[in-house]
Structures are given as C-alpha cells and as structure tokens.
Design a protein around this ligand. Structure first.
Ligand code: NDP
Length: 335
C-alpha cells in the first residue's frame, strides 16, 4: 500500500515517513523544493524506491494536491505553518485551513483509492485557559484563540494566531467530512502537545530549527541567554516524543477503530525543570542543575494521552529517554 505524507520535510513528518517505510509501506512525500526532496531520498536510501517525493510548493494553491493523491491508499496531512512570527493572522491561518480543505477536496475528486486521512492537528486546538489542575482530553476544543483573533487581529499574540490556525483547520476537516456524505475515506485527527525528540530532518543551522525543538534548546541547552532558574518552572505544558507521534500517525492510518476519532498524543505534563532533573538523573553530562525538584509541586494543566494507549496500543517514551536522545542529537549537530 502507498501513503502520501504532506510536508514531508518537517520535524514530525520525517519520522512519520520513516516509521511507515519501516513498516513496509511505500511513501510519497510532498516537499517544497528538489533539494528538500533529495535530502529525504538520501535519508531513506536503504528503502530504495519505496520512498519518492513530489513538489507542492504551496499547500494553499488551488488543486495543489490533485496529482499527488491519485494513486495512494491513505494520506497523512502534516504540512502546516508552525512559527511564532505571523503578523497578519491570515498568514498562518490561510495555509493551515486552505491546505487542509485543499487536500480533502483533491482526495474527493481524484483520490479514488484513499480509505483514510490522518491530519496532524495539535493540543493547540484543544487547550484553553483553565485554573490548574485540569486535564484536557479529546472532548475539549480551543475556541478561545479564535475569539482573541477576532478581537485583537494583528495585535493578538503569535501563539494565539498559531492556536487559532490549528483549531480552524481541524474544524474545517471535520466539517468537510460532515458536509460530504458518501466519501470513500474517513478522518482521524492527531493532537500532540510540545513535540521533542531527536531531529532527523534537514536543519542547516540552529536558527532554522523547528519551533518546538528551538524552545527545548533555548530553555535547556542555550549557552548565550539561558532561561533563568526561576523561569524554568514557568515554562510548562505537556510533551511527547516525536517517535511516539509518528507511531500514533501510523496506527491511526491502519486501525479500523481509529476512524472518526481524535487522539491526544501526550506523554506527560512537564516543566523545563523536570527535563533538567530527568537529564541529570539519566547521567547526561554538562546539563545545568536549575533548582532540582522545583517542578514537582507546580500546579499543572495537562493533556491525557490515555486514549491513544487504550485504542491504538501506544506506549509512550519516558521523559528521561526522550530528553537524553534529544540532547544527544542536538549536540551531535554542534548545538
Ligand atoms: P515543521 O516546521 O518542521 O514542519 C512543517 C512542515 O509544513 C514543513 O515541511 C513545511 O515546509 C510545511 N509547510 C508549512 N507551510 C507550508 C506551505 N504554505 N506550503 C507548503 N508546505 C508548508 O514543524 P513540525 O514538524 O513541528 O510540525 C508538523 C505538524 O505538526 C504541523 O501541522 C504542526 O502544527 C503540528 N504540531 C507540531 C507540534 C510540535 O511541537 N512540533 C505540536 C503539535 C502539532 P517547509 O519546511 O519547506 O517550509
């Protein structure tokens, strides 16, 4: 069987592609340029012709995916802008929503073999401000960020612009399914929180590292302007390892029971202090101490990843294992 993975050059997507190839599938990735595709051809060379790529420069363009969906059996749509420098909210909401609806339209029109579509949504589409401790699940939706955008427009924080883009894109996908009865495919959404873990995508320099790993690096590894000790417990949320996110995408593509469901892909709640403690406990050298244990009593809002374990059989990596692999991979690139 053949799977289309959009945005194949991204941090999460390269692991989705690798996991699919290791499971014996053929994979077509969309990328924005030949050099990005050639990097991937090289990365997956042991799988020979089972990986190929096509160029989709802009996911928002009308009919962008018409060709790419023609002979595939399933689609994982991961491509979406994830950055914190949008000025006009439309810069980020446009590609997120139109990319998602565009790929679904292309599948409806040309993807006659497609049985399942998995979209990479986010915890951003779930989390709203709540007094801690609160545990979010697949039943929750973030409509808050969209309200902020409506009120504040360009002045809204970059985080709300990104969060609204993810909510609106996921809603648009579910609406598409509802409004188009009799489609030959169904939909699954995967909603990860902060994704960490070793990068294997092409990152020419530290400054172009993807957003979630950049925040990990700045908080835990930066030599120039490290996060002050007392702020380490203020940076908090839920996290998941990129390899688990990839496994969830693959199970979501394969398992019948996943159809029509959302899956939070979350390992546990954290503060950056917890990461430092875990790294030091794991014996990783030259890791700052911060204030050991200070993360333990911080009230948290968290995201439950239990459904992915129960329905899809996912076993999440531990914080020590994931953080160690992340630090070692970043250090191996000289960062
Ligand atoms: P990356 O920035 O590494 O990957 C994003 C991918 O989307 C890249 O391949 C990028 O291509 C592509 N892309 C973005 N905008 C466009 C566009 N307009 N046209 C064509 N391609 C585009 O980020 P991640 O791997 O972290 O994110 C992947 C997905 O996972 C996103 O949907 C993100 O929202 C979601 N996610 C990520 C989380 C995280 O913590 N990392 C958490 C929750 C969800 P190019 O590099 O060429 O620009």
């Amino acid at each position: 069987a053949k799977v289309l993975v959009t945005g194949a050059s991204g941090f999460v997507a390269v692991w989705v592609v690798r996991t699919l190839l290791e499971r014996g599938f053929n994979v077509v990735g969309t990328v924005r340029s030949n050099p990005k595709g050639d990097y991937l051809k090289d990365l997956y060379k042991e799988h020979g012709d089972r990986f190929s790529y096509v160029i989709v420069e802009d996911i928002e363009a009308e009919g962008a995916f018409d060709e790419a969906v023609k002979d595939v059996d399933a689609v994982a749509h991961t491509a979406s802008p994830f950055h914190m420098h949008a000025d006009d909210p439309a810069e980020i909401i446009g590609p997120a929503v139109n990319g998602t609806v565009g790929v679904l339209r292309s599948i409806k029109a040309y993807g006659k073999n497609v049985k399942r579509v998995v979209i990479t949504s986010s915890f951003a589409a779930i989390e709203v401000p709540k007094d801690p401790p609160f545990v979010f699940t697949e039943d929750d939706w973030n409509d808050f960020s969209e309200d902020v955008i409506k009120k504040e427009g360009r002045d809204a924080s970059a985080s709300h612009k990104y969060r609204a883009s993810k909510t609106l894109a996921e809603r648009a996908a579910w609406d598409f399914i509802k409004e188009n009865p009799g489609l030959g495919f169904d939909l699954v959404a995967v909603n990860p929180p902060y994704v960490y873990g070793p990068p294997i995508h092409d990152v020419p320099k530290l400054e172009s590292l993807n957003t979630s790993l950049m925040s990990f690096h700045s908080a835990l590894m930066a030599k120039d302007s490290p996060v002050p000790d007392e702020k380490l417990v203020e940076s908090k949320g839920s996290w998941v390892d990129v390899r688990d996110v990839a496994a969830i995408h693959v199970e979501a593509l394969l398992q019948e029971a996943a159809g029509g469901e959302r899956f939070c892909a979350a390992s546990s709640a954290f503060t950056f202090q917890d990461f430092l403690d875990a790294l030091n406990d794991a014996g990783v050298p030259n890791i700052r101490k911060g204030v050991p244990g200070a993360g333990k009593n911080v009230p948290h809002n968290a995201q439950s990843g239990e459904k992915a374990t129960r329905v899809l059989g996912i076993k999440y990596k531990t914080i020590g294992e994931s953080a160690k692999d992340t630090v070692e991979a970043l250090r191996s690139r000289g960062w």
